[in-house]
Design a protein around this ligand. Structure first.
Ligand code: DAK
Length: 258
């Protein structure tokens, strides 16, 4: 692929958006390649994904403004759907995704990071939804996900004001879980991914589904979602091994994703 690199290191898959000259801006080709990359992830072996951008300056500087500048209403809608479909695939992917944000995460860049399960960033990261300054609304889920993550007031301030924030503020408002010097970002992402990858995959997958789906409904419905996904873990090899290991006071030999 031209714009997306994929590498599997043990149980961790690393996706790198590789369009450094344009600060990894998302054009249609990048979105198509991301979609294919996700379809090709070996879900038997990989237990956590990391999404990052090439270089040390930018994670993703947004949707490609050059490509968007001449779109008709119909084409704009189709471009929005292409992005939303890929972002939703990431968000509902059966394996957790960590965004390792290595610089600018603007517009579509901030939005794609919010489709990931966990965000960590480098000290030079900058987040924002600058769309209203370009005459458009955030179009890849920013109006929805930013408010859910940082709260309505902060999201409105950032979106209406097209106000970018730096890593320290992103940490303070809960947009990222941690901030690292740039050279420590990927090692930290891999360490976190490794920790997740060690746990029982069906349980991790069901936890992701329970959290995501539960957030979209009322509490009565949400706890029923949790009950079903909790129940689904039983009779699995991994549930038996996890509990037997505890009872026998030994370490889990291996979780086998079954
Ligand atoms: N698109 C295309 N090219 C970009 C880009 C982008 N978003 N961001 C940077 N580049 C390109 C620059 O044009 C430049 O290319 P050359 O001139 O070298 O060919 C190269 O990357 C380096 O950028 P700069 O020279 O500008 O680098 P600086 O360090 O001076 O500035 C910057 C870095 C990140 C502050 C600046 O590049 C910048 O402001 N970039 C734009 C950031 C931005 O506004 N991003 C949000 C884009 S809007 C929707 C679907 C999607 C969306 C909305 C609606 N629907 C269909 C409803 C999403 C919208 C967005 O994401």
């Amino acid at each position: 692929m031209e714009f997306v690199l994929y590498e599997q290191r043990g149980a961790v898959g690393i996706i790198t958006i590789n369009r450094e000259k344009a600060l990894n801006a998302l054009n249609s080709a990048v979105l198509d390649e991301l979609d294919k990359t996700l379809d090709n992830v070996n879900q038997e072996e990989v237990r956590c994904l990391i999404l990052t951008g090439a270089g040390q300056k930018s994670f993703v500087a947004g949707a490609d403004i050059g490509e968007m500048s001449s779109l008709t209403k119909k084409e704009g809608e189709a471009f929005g759907k292409k992005g939303n479909d890929v972002f939703r695939k990431l968000e509902t992917f059966p394996i957790p995704v960590i965004a390792a944000i290595n610089g600018f995460a603007l517009g579509g860049g901030c939005e794609i990071s919010m489709s990931c399960d966990i965000r960590i960033c480098s000290e030079n990261a900058v987040f924002g939804q600058p769309e209203v300054g370009l005459g458009i609304t955030p179009g890849f889920g920013g109006t929805q996900r930013l408010a859910r993550i940082v709260g309505v007031g902060k999201a409105k301030e950032m979106i209406y004001g097209a106000r970018n924030i730096k890593a320290d503020e992103a940490y303070r408002i809960g947009l990222v879980n941690n901030v690292y010097p740039i050279e420590e970002l990927m090692p930290a992402a891999e360490k976190l991914a490794g920790t997740i990858a060690k746990n029982a995959p069906i349980a991790v997958r069901n936890s992701k589904k329970a959290i995501n789906e539960g957030l979209d409904v009322g509490m009565d419905e949400a706890i029923v979602i949790e009950e079903k996904l909790f129940g689904d873990c039983f009779e699995s090899y991994d549930q038996k091994e996890g509990m037997t290991a505890f009872i026998e006071k030994r370490k889990v030999e291996a979780f086998l994703n079954k």
